[in-house]
Each structure stands twice: as C-alpha cells, then as structure tokens.
Write a protein that binds this ligand. Sequence first.
Ligand code: NAD
Length: 254
Amino acid sequence: TAMLEGKVVAVTGGASGIGRGIALAAARHGAKAVIIGDLHDQPREGGETTHALIALSGGTASFRKADVTSRADMDALVAEAEAFGGIDLMVCNAGIAVPDDGPEIAPDVFRKLIAINQEGALLSAQAAIAAMIARGKGGSVVMISSMGGLRGAGFTTGYSATKGAVNMMTAALADAHGPQNIRVNAVCPGLIHTALIESSPAVAAAIEPMCQRMPLRRLGQPSEVGDVVAWLGSPFSSFVTGVTLPVDGGQTAI
Ligand code: NAD
C-alpha cells in the first residue's frame, strides 16, 4: 500500500521550498487530498503552483491563503479537510530564517521569529489537534523544525531559539495527546536546497565547506524531507511519537 493512501494532509507554507516538497511527496505517496496553506500561492523558486503541479499529476489539491500567526486562519485551513472526511496529517512547516542583526539580535527580529516559527507552529498544531480530537480517529502532526534546534553551532540565536522551542513543544504535545492516538513528531532538516538558503549570501557562501564536512557531502532536497514526513504521517510509523528526527545527511551526528 502507498504510505498515505486515503489520508488527508494539510501543509502550512506549502507554496515554496520544503513545504512544497512535502506537499508533492504527500500526493506521490497516495494522499487522498493535499491542502496547502500559505501567504500566497506563488513558489519562491518559480514554476507552477504546488496545487497545480499535484493536479497535473492526477492528485487532489487545494490552496488557501492562511497565515500561521492567525488561529482563525489555521482553523479555516483545517476545516477544508472536512470535505474529504477530516484531517489525518498536519505538517507545521511555515517558517522564516532571519539572521541576527550583528552581535546582538534586535528585539523586533526576535519577536517576529517567535511569532512565525514558534507560535505559528503551536497555532497550526493546535488547530489540527482540536479537529482530530473532535473526529476521534487519531492523527499525526509533524513539525518542521531544524538542525538549528538541536545544536548551536552555525545558527543564528533567534532562529535556533524558536526551533529548540518547537522541539520541546513536540515532546509536550506528544505526551498530552498520545492517549487520543494523536502522534506529534518533529523533523529537523539540515541543509536543504531551497530559496530560504539562497536568500542569505552569508549562508550560501558557508554552504560548500559545510557540505564537505557532513557524512553525505551534499545538500538535501525538499523531496527527501517530504518522504520522511509522509512516513511519519503513515501507519508505518504507528509507534513513533515525540521524536525530533534529523534529516540532515548526518551533520548532527558528527
Ligand atoms: P521557504 O522560504 O522556501 O518557504 C517557506 C514558505 O512559508 C513560503 O512559501 C512562505 O510564503 C511561507 N510562509 C512564511 N511565513 C508564513 C506565514 N506567516 N504563514 C504562512 N506561510 C508562511 O523556506 P524553506 O526553506 O522551505 O523552509 C520551510 C521550513 O523548513 C521552515 O520552518 C524552515 O525553518 C525549515 N528549515 C529549512 C531548512 C533549509 O535548509 N531550507 C533547514 C532546516 C529547517
């Protein structure tokens, strides 16, 4: 059986980058419907929208304008799944990477990172969990965290702080909702080839030597994160909850 056969999947930040890779992977792994939420539907890397690509390959997908900093938007995104029988997998992917501003991080930059990466992850997870509880069939929530939530080296203060918080929310939510068979896990991508990485010249310049130090010696692709997320949303990971799983070519291990 396909990993996500019969499953209804929602992805925040699914227009671009890793979220786009996750949405496409969900369709490839047999999802019944993929619901994409984002601020806009245009991919940062260009090309067809994610939902159009899925439709072109014969899948079912829709787009909804939804900001993760709004609980109302997240409830509306999750409600779109009702037409297909209800949400099975929520992927809390939307996030930003903003460098610290010199030796200190500016308070407004720090608060923006917290609002989108941390509070946005919580609001999107909670909206899905509320619907899953009401439906009574369990479910899976996957947070797209970061290697920056597991180690300090090579990451900016604010970004790492929010991703570390996402990892701990994952554990706490897994504990709270395990009895309802709602599994909550985090994937911690390493260096993945997206516009987010290319948006910072400093990061882009640092990448080549970083690749040469990691076991697999290359950047990852969004599809490789998507395959792991599909597994976490599938019955093939039914006894896995509360984990923070690096998908990083081995970088965290060394
Ligand atoms: P990206 O910028 O390519 O895509 C992010 C998407 O999220 C965009 O489509 C954007 O419009 C959307 N978004 C931003 N703010 C939003 C909001 N408030 N509400 C809804 N959508 C919003 O970035 P990416 O590299 O694909 O990153 C996706 C996730 O993966 C982030 O959480 C990021 O921290 C994480 N991550 C990325 C990497 C990497 O190497 N690219 C590594 C580790 C973790």
